[in-house]
Design a protein around this ligand. Structure first.
Ligand code: FMN
Length: 381
């Protein structure tokens, strides 16, 4: 299949990945109400068509946290992305560089910060989860400084993991020991291209940044057990002072859905926030990001940089998020699917599609630069 869109990449990823990995990316929590809302609410935002406005010169570039970007997008942190293609995070960081946008490395990536730094030629962003062991957090932050990460994305919507039914059905969760390992191995054997690329050639299969804390355990259930034990549900706003004192660069708080929380983030001096519900993977039933974003942008948009993610499946969706008040958009599943389907080349192509779709959308809504995009390009305001 020739991929013409992000949904096409989703189909290609479904064909190439073992079931447990595809469902891990594609799924949401509980009944997946929020996952569906993210996509539906965003695509239902109607654009206002304008014509005959000389759109021969478009500028899609922007600046986020002092960094010039070719497009107003960044690759969101995706845990275990390195299992979707051989040394996946290294391929993705190179694709982001080719496109002139930032890549965000997850705390729970397959490739370590050191490995990604070797693959990269420019600074990338690092995403941090709140882990109980503050000494370990300090280590991670010091390493992020050493590796010249340019922005810290601190994710706050995962004090406990949401239950994802699909992971139980696929054998990724709830099937410990040999039984689970056999199920996953059988699913891998049915996908020989993946089995060779990642299963054989993509080793080691560990969590690069966390491996030394797992004391030699490398099973996927060891990883989930570590997450359950180490993610900190006692975290409160005051703990951000600790992060602030360890990290002097731009700080972006990811996972806000409420204007009151956004005001707290602004009061604490965060440089940015990401309006996000973790791609519908945490508290099911919460608002879609397309609906949560406008009041948040209204409340704090003049005090910090508001980014958003969730349900973005085209360049048109990027434009919609910007019109709803975001200054930049994070792509989540879009890049995970493209990476799974075609590695670095897939992510590069997906980003070219986003750019081409944005050009069409900007031309036909009559906006020549990113700064001009606001609610005036929406049909219902
Ligand atoms: C497979 C998968 C793994 C993710 N892992 C992380 C992670 O490690 N850290 C994090 O902050 N967010 C993580 N997220 C959430 C994304 O960063 C982002 O918020 C979400 O994917 C946006 O929604 P979208 O996929 O609909 O674009 C993950 C999302 C997916 C789909």
């Amino acid at each position: 299949m020739i991929a013409a869109s992000i949904p096409d990449y989703r189909e290609l990823a479904r064909k190439r990945l073992p079931r447990f990995l595809f469902e891990y990316i594609d799924g949401g929590s509980y009944a997946e109400v929020t996952l569906r809302r993210n996509i539906a609410d965003l695509e239902n935002v109607a654009l206002r068509q304008r014509v005959l406005r000389d759109m021969s010169r478009l500028d899609l570039s922007t600046e986020l946290f002092g960094q010039k970007l070719a497009l107003p997008v960044a690759l969101a942190p995706i845990g275990l992305a390195g299992m979707n293609a051989r040394r996946g995070e290294c391929q993705a960081v190179r694709a982001a560089e080719t496109a002139g946008i930032p890549f965000t490395l997850s705390t729970v990536s397959a490739c370590s910060m050191a490995e990604v730094a070797r693959a990269a030629s420019r600074p990338f962003w690092f995403q941090l989860y709140m882990i109980r062991d503050r000494g370990f957090i300090r280590e991670l932050l010091q390493e992020a400084v050493e590796r010249k990460c340019s922005t810290l994305v601190f994710t706050v919507d995962m004090p406990v993991p949401g239950s994802r039914y699909r992971d139980y059905h696929s054998g990724l969760a709830g099937a410990p020991g040999l039984r689970g390992a056999m199920r996953r191995a059988m699913q891998g054997a049915l996908k020989p291209d993946w089995a060779w690329d990642v299963g054989v050639m993509g080793r080691p299969h560990a969590l690069g940044n966390v491996a030394h804390k797992l004391q030699g355990k490398t099973g996927i259930e060891d990883f989930f057990a570590w997450m359950r034990q180490n993610f900190d549900n006692s975290i409160a706003w005051k703990d951000l002072d600790f992060i602030r004192s360890e990290w002097t660069g731009p700080l972006v708080i990811k996972g806000l859905l409420d204007p009151e929380d956004a005001r707290e983030a602004a009061a604490l001096g965060a440089d940015g926030i990401v309006v996000s519900n973790h791609g519908g993977r945490q508290l099911d039933g919460v608002l879609s990001t397309a609906r949560a974003l406008p009041p948040i942008a209204e409340a704090v948009g003049d005090r910090l940089t508001v980014l958003a993610d969730g349900g973005v499946r085209s360049g048109l969706d990027v434009l919609r998020m910007l019109a709803l008040g975001a200054k930049g958009v994070l792509l989540g599943r879009a890049w995970a699917f493209a990476l799974a389907a075609r590695g670095q080349a897939g992510v590069e192509h997906m980003l070219r599609l986003i750019e081409a779709e944005m050009r069409v959308a900007m031309t036909l809504t009559g906006v020549a630069s990113i700064a001009e995009i606001d609610r005036s390009i929406l049909a219902q305001r």
